[in-house]
Design a protein around this ligand. Structure first.
Ligand code: F6P
Length: 320
């Protein structure tokens, strides 16, 4: 391998820049040429590919987002689009590709490896912490801090007004961000996609705690589970207590990466280059029990599942 490329794909996450920097600097130190692909697979298809030097990644370790840009590109499902992408890589003399992103981005890497024999390595970058084969994804810890700060602020106002607050947290189909933010924020009720959502039970629990004298409460809920504004109206009508919903939204995706994410990203970036130099392709990087690991990307997508942290939910429930 003489020349590699790196791209970021899917939803951006704080720490992606640090991961790009890790890949670029480690590769250059080993004498490799490095290209940056701008705007993910979309940019790959449109040939938005430029050489990177060690100075291209100066002053980015502390910056949120991704300087390469990211995109969702559903057209990549089309085999002709993928063939053009592989052709663009080869036209630049690129021998291997590092993809930083979530599950969807891994799928792209898997297809390039499977169909075009193109060596790819995946690095998990998403705030959702929903990628198999790793305890943590890059961006998750930063988003968690952001969500906790927001919950603390909601606590101030809902306690002043004796209201019920509903806070909707990102995570797509994974409740990790909600679980961890809710525990750190001392939320009274937690609704995550891994557990069945029983509205009636939630309302009865709130009614019971109000009857016991509770004046305010925070409900943390993962996005996509229900319309939180409707839920607020329903709770208010049933328990006769003012209720407000707040959707944290894309605020959770921005901001300077925390030290944990910068270090995770730097380590994973260097590890990805080491894998390529060792002739390994078609793998995704992870961290498990503090150690960097790699798994077959196809296995990670098709067979590996992230365990639900039910013990976290139990702890939070015991602390209400
Ligand atoms: O995957 C990261 C994420 O922020 C999810 O939590 C969320 O469901 C989704 O991306 C939002 O995507 P978009 O920014 O494309 O609206």
């Amino acid at each position: 391998i003489k020349t590699i490329a790196v791209l970021t794909s899917g939803g951006d996450a704080p720490g992606m820049n640090a991961a790009i920097r890790g890949v670029v600097r480690a590769a250059i130190a080993e004498g490799l040429n490095v290209f940056g692909i701008y705007e993910g697979y979309y940019g790959l298809y449109h040939n938005n590919i430029k050489p990177l030097t060690r100075f291209s990644v100066s002053d980015i370790i502390n910056r949120g987002g991704t300087f390469l840009g990211s995109a969702r590109f559903p057209e990549f499902k089309n085999p002709e689009v993928r063939a053009k992408c592989a052709e663009n890589l080869r036209a630049h003399g690129i021998d291997a590709l590092v993809v930083i992103g979530g599950d969807g981005s891994y799928m792209g890497a898997k297809l390039l490896t499977e169909e075009h024999g193109f060596p790819c390595i995946g690095i998990p970058g998403t705030i959702d912490n929903d990628v198999a084969g790793t305890d943590y994804t890059i961006g998750y810890q930063t988003a968690l801090e952001t969500a906790v700060v927001a919950i603390d602020r909601l606590r101030d106002t809902c306690s002043s007004h004796q209201r019920i607050a509903i806070v909707e947290i990102m995570g797509r189909h994974c409740g990790d961000l909600t679980l961890a933010a809710a525990m750190a924020g001392g939320c009274e009720y937690i609704v995550v996609p891994e557990m069945p959502f029983n509205r009636e039970e939630l309302i009865q629990e709130i009614e019971a705690s109000i009857a016991k004298g509770k004046r305010h409460a925070i409900i943390a809920i993962t996005e996509l589970m229900t319309d939180v504004n409707e839920l607020a109206k329903e709770i208010e009508a049933r328990v006769h207590h003012e209720t407000r919903a707040t959707v944290l939204g894309h605020i959770q995706r921005g901001g300077a990466p925390c030290a944990f994410d910068r270090n995770l990203a730097s380590r994973m970036g260097v590890y990805a280059v080491d894998l390529l130099l060792a002739g390994k392709a078609g793998y995704c990087v992870g961290i498990q029990n503090e150690h960097l690991v790699h798994h077959d990307i196809i296995d990670a997508i098709n067979n590996m599942r992230r365990p639900f942290k039910s013990d976290w939910l139990d702890v939070s429930k015991r602390l209400f």
